[in-house]
Design a protein around this ligand. Sequence first.
Ligand code: HEM
Length: 449
Amino acid sequence: MTAPPALPPGPTQHPALQLLRYSFTPLAFLEDCARRYGETFSFHLAGFPQMVMLTRPDDIRELFRGSPAVLHAGEGNRVLTALVGETSVLVLDDEPHARQRRALLPPLKGERMRQFFEAMQAEALATAQAWAGAGPVRADRAMQRVTLRVILRAVLGVDGGPAFDALETSIGRLLDVTRNPLALIMYTLFPPARFDGSRLLSFYRRRRVVDDALYHVIGTQRAQPAAARPPGLLSDLLELTYDDGLAMTDREIRDAVITILAAGHETTALSLAWALERVLAHPAVLTHIEAELDTVCGSGLPGPEHLDRLVYLDACIRESLRARTILALVVRVLKDHFTVGGFTYPPGVVLCAAIHLLHQRPDLYPEPQAFRPERFLERRFAPHEWDPFGGGNRACLGQAFALYEMKVVLATLFKTLALARPPGAVSRPVRRGIAIGPSDGCVVVATRK
Ligand code: HEM
């Protein structure tokens, strides 16, 4: 019998215990491993293959440049299949992945985002209205509402109406389940391959309600002539043909829409909540943002023409995505031997870019615990050095959308409200499904300026 291949060092505890530690204290677990075992280490979570964490920028660059045929991200994202569906770009690999990705790229292109400026600002203004004088409020819940309504508006091409309202409620309820900190443990105990469709699990009951609403909208828009459809991503997808001339099926459209809603909503909401938390914890940074907004926008609201000139706010967003990276790692399942950092890994191992640890490297970010937006004004970071959106052929398709939305929402909130944290407020990074959010939801108090 041959011994299993040696991997970089890592914890020797039982895999069930490692899963518990990674589920309940993900960042502490990763940081503890890095301290004990060095820049490259491995661990084993019960129910998952052996995982190797890469934290050196050069290694992460090699990983993102590696062949997509050897490095399967979709297989590593399988945990999401029950939500996003079998044909989602997130869970596919090889040519089926490339085909879906080519289809989604044009509707999510950077310049399309400008079309959604008004929707983004309208939601931020509604939040400002609700917060002003209301006492302490949780920013994460408000940002979830903002980002869900913005992405729904972008997908459906309409604001409000029965389809919008039905989807807002049902998707909000479905994604609530995925925020559970025990999500990974639930996945191990109730693998979707065996429990898919079970009426006993609230996740599947809620998914059915969402699917009914979505298929109804898809059917309604499909029946309309193209020119009569509201101008949103759904209408783009209905028009789209793959390279082979085939149109997307209803099932593929459903999976694409859920993917965009799921990937684009909670991620952006948590990143916004963290950005507020980081800025409000640093009064000098807040003063600098407000001064820039006054200089660039004068006494009015920020408009689309001002955004490029808000360079300090842009640096704050980048620094916040570094200091509070919401997706601590991205995964690639090896289909063949792969060499990186002088080590050849065997098939079956999951190689991960440990983005949280990359972002905490003192050689890249001196005093990594400090919140210093100036870092991003003093030098440019390469994609393998600043990497909240992953990389290579799997880099986030919504990066332009997310950065644009964060800027519009933050500029509008900081321009219209005097924001502060209540005395003694503390936000620890805790698990929310697969993402990392603030333990207190980032409580803020606001008065109108
Ligand atoms: C601040 C907000 C966001 C963050 C931090 C974020 C982060 C990420 C990360 C780390 C990945 C995995 C990349 C990899 O494996 O290398 C990813 C993938 C993806 N994201 Fe985002 N994302 C955000 C917002 C969005 C938005 C707004 C959308 C859609 C409008 C979106 C759509 C996607 C899609 C479709 C993928 C899968 C790409 C593929 O597998 O080819 N994301 N994102």
